[in-house]
Design a binder for this molecule. Sequence first.
Ligand SMILES: Cc1ncc(COP(=O)(O)O)c(C=O)c1O
Length: 353
Amino acid sequence: MPERVVDLRSDTVTLPTEEMRGAMSRAELGDDVYGEDPTVKRLEELAAEKTGMDRALFVPSGTMGNTAALLAHTRPGDEVIFEELAHLYNWEAGTYANICGLAARPILGEFGIFTAEQLEEAIRPDNVHFTRPTLVCLENTHNNAAGSVWTPGEFEAVSSVARQHGLKVHVDGARIFNAAVALGVEVTEFTRHVDSLMFCVSKGLSAPVGSLLCGDSAFMEEAYRARKRLGGAMRQAGIIAAAAVVSLEKMVDRLAEDHDNARRLCTELSAMEGISATQAPRPTNIVMVDVGGLGWTSAELIDRWKKLGILCNPRPPTRVRLVTNRHVSADDVTYALDATRQMTRAETVSTAA
Ligand SMILES: Cc1ncc(COP(=O)(O)O)c(C=O)c1O
């Protein structure tokens, strides 16, 4: 058995803190479908305040929040513009098509970020032969682009093009607080350029369940209906909202520790022979690691690391994704690095022999 477990599969593995568990056990509850759960109301008000948006709606998952946003902003047959590696486009079971009835137009960005010029080119003209583009989705931080951060200036530039063409802008901000902490800005710096934002409390912020969908009052009316259609209207949801309140009040600043740990993993893994590790130019808590140089596949690295207690997710054929989180300490990072150094040295020696 490995002497310890360093779980780098995702920040979704984080467990609620003791303070969250206490808040959950004491939460005042009511039927939220009747608008009677005071804890959900408190969470939604707090989320609206932190994001600078008119209102916020508590939903069970990021996927549901994103799907509700698509339903609220579009009509079936419209076209939605995504970055090519976006979670909404690739990892949400095709809900944009099979639930929302939308066509997709991907734009390949650099580290998940596309330019205003690329957006301008991708927006189809108003012509009866074409699908009608109505929405642009941005992902901040960008999960599959090594945790890349869009800056508020980049948001402003693409949103200005979207608006000139009458398109709305939605942000999949599952990790928007990581973006804010990485740049040292408030989340409101991003949201003032967009129409809606979904963020998750169940990732680095450590709550057990939930996401918030935020926007202006007219959008939120539609989003509220969309959540109902998707089966996401919950009853005594205050029991989980109580943990999410702690996420927003107490868990944001500590994300910087996850960023520091990810940076060290990236730097020191890169220095090992045969391994290449990448973070985005504006890094957060995600590192992409490529072991093609050792002649290993993703699965081979995962098997070897598992024996040492180091867990991660595959990005085949030769890459894996590491996500730092509250349960990975600086000491765990040292352990993972030392264990990997020994493992690769042994490999290099046995190959040479
Ligand atoms: C960028 C991004 N958006 C959305 C989601 C979906 O969140 P959930 O798993 O809560 O549905 C994830 C989940 O990993 C994500 O990384």
